[in-house]
Write a protein that binds this ligand. Structure first.
Ligand SMILES: Nc1ncnc2c1ncn2[C@@H]1O[C@H](COP(=O)(O)OP(=O)(O)O)[C@@H](O)[C@H]1O
Ligand SMILES: [Mg+2]
Length: 333
């Protein structure tokens, strides 16, 4: 097949996307596909540029505001007519922003081009945590109580108690997220989240263990447990070597992993997600599970969570990529 790998872009998760593409591109070439790389911020890459960009590691922090503003100033380099007309599939190695929230999916739909992942409606629903959580509840999947800002310290204390998590409604990679222990810290945390989104969520903090569950072709993959050094799985522990320990399959009783898998399937269905997704959960100290969010384009380096889950199910990285591409072809028929 001829595959265009779309990556980069101008979201906070640009560097994470570059890391995904750096592993997806050679793996697809090894499978015998003809692959070209397109950075949605700058356009189609020549071979030398591809080598330079894709060999960078994810930094300890997301790209700076000035760097992102500079790239956003340029024209969107997503020009389907020129670059994509002869691709059989567009592989979305994008995370966050227009690449994950349905806007790029809608453009590709309009251009009649097959792409990996979920359609524009499901992508938009998954990106919007407030909307997703309403749908989780309608599907019988527990999710922590929440309020949307503006909310005063008094309202938050009365409705949720302390601590709470303040986060942008449509972000990823734990960017702009703060754990808040008392009313006095709330305004600063909301201001921090507002830097990344005009909608801010205030959610009850769930102390306890963290789990993630991937879904591939409608089936739930083995549950993984994440043990981060701090109380949340933050940007640094997500992407720096040795940042968090990740165990697949998680060491929990079978009944608990089956319950989590059932929740993950329900989340996938209620959001109408496509060939694959990954949902994040916390387990409180009493043993209750709470869904935090679903990811329509989860990280895709060979050691990212979804590929680790697939591997635990006996599906190696190249086969995973192949199945994702097949899903794109099926969805476009
Ligand atoms: N309500 C919560 N209680 C406890 N920890 C949370 C809560 N919400 C988020 N976190 C922590 O922050 C991380 C990122 O939050 P999440 O909602 O998954 O957003 P994203 O991954 O899109 O940034 C989670 O993996 C978890 O460690
Ligand atoms: Mg998450």
């Amino acid at each position: 097949m001829k595959i265009a790998v779309l990556f980069g872009g101008t979201s906070e998760e640009r560097d994470v996307s570059i890391a995904s593409a750096a592993q997806i591109i050679p793996a697809l070439r090894d499978l015998g596909h003809e692959v070209f790389a397109v950075d949605t911020a700058t356009g189609r890459l020549g071979f030398a540029e591809e080598r330079r960009l894709l060999s960078a590691a994810v930094g300890a922090l997301p790209p700076s505001d000035t760097e992102i503003a500079r790239m956003r100033g340029g024209a969107l380099a997503l020009t389907p007519a020129a670059d994509f007309r002869d691709a059989d599939v567009v592989f979305l190695a994008l995370h966050g922003g227009a690449g994950e929230d349905g806007r790029i999916q809608a453009v590709l739909d309009l251009a009649g081009i097959a792409y990996t992942g979920s359609n524009h409606i499901a992508s938009a629903a998954a990106m919007d945590k407030d909307l997703s959580k309403r749908l989780f509840r309608s599907a019988g999947v527990p999710t922590p109580d929440w309020l949307m800002s503006p909310a005063t310290g008094h309202e938050v204390g009365a409705a949720l108690g302390w601590p709470v998590v303040v986060k942008p409604n449509k972000q990823g990679s734990t960017v702009g997220l703060t754990v808040v222990r008392e009313a006095a810290q709330l305004p600063d945390a909301i201001a921090q989240a507002l830097r990344f989104d005009d909608e801010v969520m205030v959610e009850r903090f769930i102390a306890g263990r963290e789990f993630t569950v991937g879904v591939l072709d409608g089936a739930a993959l083995p549950v993984g447990e994440i043990i981060a050094p701090g109380e949340v799985f933050d940007y640094e522990s997500k992407y720096q070597a040795g940042g968090a320990s990740e165990t697949f399959p998680a060491e929990i009783p079978l009944a608990e992993s089956e319950l989590l898998q059932d929740y993950a399937r329900r989340v996938h269905q209620v959001l109408k997600l496509g060939a694959y997704s990954r949902a994040d959960f916390r387990r409180d100290t009493a043993g209750g599970f709470w869904c935090l969010e679903a990811n329509s384009l989860p990280g895709m380096t060979a050691t990212s969570l979804l590929p680790q889950a697939a591997k635990a199910a006996g599906i190696e990285f190249p086969e995973l990529l192949d199945r994702i591409c097949q899903g794109a072809l099926r969805a476009s028929r």
